[in-house]
Design a binder for this molecule. Structure first.
Ligand SMILES: NC(=O)c1ccc[n+]([C@@H]2O[C@H](COP(=O)([O-])OP(=O)(O)OC[C@H]3O[C@@H](n4cnc5c(N)ncnc54)[C@H](O)[C@@H]3O)[C@@H](O)[C@H]2O)c1
Length: 240
């Protein structure tokens, strides 16, 4: 494996989660200095672990200040932290769920991207790559997960706007959209629903966190230098 991220300071949110852990490990192997962030410090070996509530503006300001003092910059960010909400019909969704899912999944990347852009705009000589973790739920309607789906549609919209607005300032911004993943405790799904999901996938399986991490790594690295404003499906062909 190459060292595509050698010399890069990479911020990864949701680093204690199922995909987050794979992202941290993969980025470390690629030579990055990894700042691993989650609600409580994720204890990721080899990373600089920090805690932050990504939906809280004060918490983000404190994270930004800590990064400014220690590193002075961020070269890549993977906005991976998110919450799923409950599985129920649209008309049954509570306002509390709406507020929390939007707070974490949209306001979180909004605040974090503003913070890394503020750091970057002081000196735009080095490229900044922003990678937002969306979902197939951000591309198509998703039964019983409408609020989560709405939040991921918004994240893809954020991706395109940042890409367009900062392209001339050495910033690339892309998202990736995983489909059903083979991870423990897939929220709220019955065994039958999981089996149905797998049977409808052309590759007849769910994705593995390392496969998502490999795509995020490519998008974060300079190898993706002509790619911006794009959303990459990684769903085993499920939405084809
Ligand atoms: N697992 C899947 O099947 C799947 C499919 C498509 C997309 N995704 C996306 O991939 C990403 C990671 O998914 P996962 O399965 O690893 O989820 P996960 O629940 O295992 O991890 C998410 C992490 O986000 C953190 N988090 C939640 N609220 C936070 C807050 N307010 N501040 C800081 N951190 C917070 C959690 O503590 C957790 O560690 C998410 O963006 C998710 O939407 C997952």
């Amino acid at each position: 494996m190459g060292e595509q991220l050698k010399g890069k300071v990479c911020l990864i949110t949701g680093a204690a989660g199922r995909i987050g852990r794979a992202l941290v490990e993969r980025f470390l192997v690629a030579g990055a200095t990894v700042i691993a962030v989650d609600l409580s410090a994720p204890n990721a070996e080899g990373a600089d672990n920090m805690k932050c509530d990504q939906g809280d503006p004060q918490s983000i300001l404190e994270l930004e200040e800590a990064i400014r003092k220690k590193y002075g910059r961020v070269d890549c960010v993977v906005n991976n932290g998110a919450v799923g909400g409950h599985r129920c019909s649209f008309h049954e969704k509570s306002l509390d769920e709406y507020e929390e899912v939007m707070r974490v999944n949209v306001r979180g990347p909004f605040l974090i991207n503003q913070a890394v852009l503020r750091l970057h705009l002081k000196n735009t000589e080095r490229p900044l790559s922003i990678v937002n973790m969306a979902s197939t739920a951000g591309r198509i309607a998703t039964s019983l997960a409408s609020v989560y789906s709405m939040s991921k549609h918004a994240l893809i919209g954020m991706t395109k706007n940042i890409a367009q607005e900062y392209a001339t300032q050495n910033v690339r911004c892309n998202s990736l959209s995983p489909g059903y993943m083979e991870v423990p405790n897939v929220q709220g799904f019955s065994k039958e629903e999981l089996a149905e999901n797998i049977s409808k996938s052309p590759l007849k399986r769910g994705g593995k966190p390392i496969e998502v991490a490999n795509l995020a790594l490519f998008l974060a690295s300079d190898e993706a230098s002509f790619i911006t404003g794009a959303d990459y499906l990684i769903d085993g062909g499920r939405t084809a």
